[in-house]
Each structure stands twice: as C-alpha cells, then as structure tokens.
Design a protein around this ligand. Structure first.
Ligand SMILES: CC(C)(COP(=O)([O-])OP(=O)([O-])OC[C@H]1O[C@@H](n2cnc3c(N)ncnc32)[C@H](O)[C@@H]1OP(=O)([O-])[O-])[C@@H](O)C(=O)NCCC(=O)NCCSC(=O)C[C@@](C)(O)CC(=O)[O-]
Length: 357
C-alpha cells in the first residue's frame, strides 16, 4: 500500500527522481493524495552567484548545500561551470562537488553555459568515479530576448540554441539529465515586455533538444500573477505542463502569488532560494528568488503537498534556521518574510517562557 502510494506520486515525476532508489536511500513515505510540489532549491547557485564583495569560500558553499539537504530538500542546485571572469562567485564549483556530501536520491544539478563548461564537468566526473556520482544532471540556459542573451551569454538566442544543441547531445551521450532555463519570460531589463510566443518557441526547442523540464524565469521579478498565467497558457500550447517549472524573483513582492498562480495553471515544480538569496547579475535591481521559506509557508495546509525527505516534507523551521545562518555568514539581510516572522515569534516565545520561569 505504502510502496504503491510512493510509486503513484513519483510516477508523474519519473524524469526527476527514481522512486526505488529514493525509497531505499532516504526512506521517503508519502501517503498524501494531494498534488505534489517539487522544490528546486537554487540558493547555492542563483543565490550565491550574485553576492557582491569577497569570494565566497568553498567550505561555506559546501556547508550550505549539506544543511539544505538535511532540511529535506531533494534537489539542490550546486553551482555553475561558467567562466569565472563572468561569474566570479561560481569559481570552485568542482571543489564544491568534490567536498560536499552526496546523499543517494538527492539531485545536485549544475549549470553549464557551453561545451567548455560541460567538458570541465565531464573531466571531473571521469576522475571521480564515486557512487553516487558527483552529479548526474546539468542545467542549460538561454532567454526569450536577444538583448538578454547578449548580456548573459554574449550571443543571440539563435546562436545560444545552436551552442546548446551541441551541449545537449554531448550530455545525453554521457547519460546526464538536462534541465533547461528560459530567462526573462515576462519582462526583460533591456527590451521591455517579453513576447510570450518567443517564450513558447524557445521552451519547445529546449524540450526537443532533450531537456526533461524547462524552468521559466521571471528574472526581473516584475511579473504579476495574471501575466504569469497568460505566459504559461501560451507555453502550454506547445509543451506539456508536466515539463514546466516556475522560477520567480521577488523584486516587486509578487513571488509567492506568482508561485500560487503557476500551481493553479498546473505547474508542479518551483525554484526558490533559501533566505531569498540572490538576484541576477544581468538584471539590474532584481532581487533574489522567492524565498523557499515563504513558499513552504504559503503551501502549508493549502491543498498541495511539498515533496521532501524530512518527515516526508521540507522542514520549514530548519529552513528558517538556514536562511538566518547563511544571511549572517554573508553579512546580508534575510529577505524571507517568513524567516523574519518566525524569528520574531521565537523571540516572543522565549520571552514568555522566561517570564513563566
Ligand atoms: C558563455 C560565456 C563563457 C561566453 O562568453 P565569451 O566571452 O563570448 O566566451 P569565449 O568563448 O570567448 O571565452 C571567454 C573566456 O572565458 C573562458 N570560458 C568560456 N566558457 C567557460 C566555461 N564554461 N568555464 C570556464 N571558462 C570559460 C574561455 O576559456 C575564455 O578564457 P580566456 O581565453 O579569456 O582566458 C559567458 O557569457 C558566460 O560565462 N556566461 C555565463 C553567464 C552566467 O552564468 N549567468 C548566470 C546564470 S543564468 C541565470 O542566472 C538565470 C537563471 C538560470 O537563474 C534563470 C533566471 O533567473 O532567469
């Protein structure tokens, strides 16, 4: 009964995880009949890549990833094999992969922009025949406007897709799973409002190349819920909603609303970032991703089940601790509203307890 329950929930996610491995390794159970939401924790990549100032030590990145997995996250983006001249904070991703814990059943995708990044990753995998492997998943990325791809990848959309065709072929030949990203799906910092038809075309191309899923990025964090809904309905004309994920930055405070809208439109995978870490190096003024804590709180008792490995969930209280810990380590404000509220609640509880003693 339990096993079939687990399998029926995970069958729809068969491209994301392998149920049998998962059951044996992290001992998940899920009897929930509720629709299951997958969280892709992007803090260690999308979050940290945008931190200004001194280089973030490898040890800190490793500790962040390990803590996130202990809190129940089952997909944690671990870094990028990009040019350190372009994104200095992602230097050392190979060392991060080598030093962090690898829990069977947990996915640790890494971004690669081009063949050079993929060759570096494959070189690393070839010299580390660990089981489980250091990673078995890459994420590739492009955008829905030429202006943004020029800023982010130094080429047009068409050129980026041509490059990515070579990357995906090589990755699939190597047995790696591929996740795709399309940035600026609602608005672009350089080109204004995005044409949703372009989002549809680019998403479709990434799926045809072999991505098992494409994450649609409101990179600027400017999207309003109705716009997210309109964009998704356009993309769904060409791509099945099971293959779509939502990636919302929270610049205008619409992150959680946009997550809920995406779920209403059938999306079941959401990217988010502990403590709301991040921004986008090529989207001036954009804040971090919607905070994972805020998403978890919004989804409690909402009719959705969030998949995770701690008591069959992601532990919100532990995520709050991590959000505060990493914010302090980085000397930044904690951007999670729920993180701040829960800390205040804990302080009040402590005062009440002391008063009773
Ligand atoms: C793609 C390039 C390299 C083109 O940049 P380019 O300058 O046109 O590339 P190039 O081929 O001329 O190479 C320039 C130098 O970079 C090196 N290089 C080249 N490739 C690599 C590599 N993979 N790893 C390490 N080094 C690399 C290459 O070897 C060379 O070194 P040099 O000869 O000058 O010493 C550059 O534009 C780049 O690295 N862009 C990455 C940008 C990036 O990582 N952006 C952030 C991630 S996307 C994002 O955050 C959005 C997302 C996914 O979260 C969703 C959303 O929110 O919308």
């Amino acid at each position: 009964m339990l096993a079939s329950g687990i399998y029926s929930v995970f069958r729809r996610q068969s491209t994301r995880i392998r149920p049998r491995v998962l059951c044996q390794t992290v001992g998940y159970t899920t009897s929930s009949a509720l629709p299951t939401v997958n969280i892709v924790e992007v803090g260690p990549r999308d979050g940290l890549q945008n931190e200004k100032g001194a280089a973030i030590p490898v040890e800190l990145k490793v500790e962040l990833i390990n803590r996130l997995v202990k809190a129940g996250n089952t997909t944690v983006e671990a870094g990028s094999f990009v040019s350190p001249k372009w994104i200095p904070q992602m230097a050392g991703t190979a060392d991060v992969l080598k030093r962090m814990e690898h829990i069977p059943g947990v996915q640790y995708p890494v971004l690669v922009p081009n063949k050079k990044g993929l060759e570096d990753l494959i070189g690393l995998l070839d010299t580390n025949s660990s089981n489980p492997p250091l990673t078995d998943e890459i994420a590739i990325f492009t955008a829905a406007t030429d202006e943004f791809t020029r800023a982010n990848l130094n080429c047009t959309i068409k050129e980026s897709l041509e490059r990515l065709r070579g990357v995906t072929k090589m990755a699939l030949d190597r047995g790696l799973r591929i996740r795709g990203y399309v940035s600026v799906v609602i608005a672009c910092p350089y080109a204004g409002r995005t044409d949703y038809k372009k989002v549809r075309e680019v998403t479709q191309e990434l799926i045809q190349m072999g991505c098992y899923e494409v994450s649609l990025g409101d990179t600027v964090g400017q999207g309003r819920p109705h716009e997210v809904g309109e964009m998704l309905e356009e993309v769904k004309k060409a791509v099945s909603v099971e293959k779509l994920a939502g990636h919302f930055h929270d610049t205008y405070g619409t992150g959680v609303s946009n997550v809920l809208t995406a779920l209403q439109h059938g999306v079941r995978t959401i990217d988010s970032s502990v403590g709301g870490l991040g921004g986008c190096p090529y989207s001036p003024g954009a804040t971090g991703n919607v905070a994972t804590e805020d998403v978890l709180y919004a989804l409690q008792e909402s009719g959705y089940h969030v998949r995770g490995s701690v008591a069959n969930a992601i532990d919100l209280e532990k995520m709050v601790d991590i959000g505060w810990w990493i914010s302090e380590q980085l000397g930044r404000e904690n951007a999670s509203r729920v993180g701040r509220a829960i800390k205040a609640r804990r302080q009040r509880d402590e005062v009440k307890l002391k008063a009773k003693l």
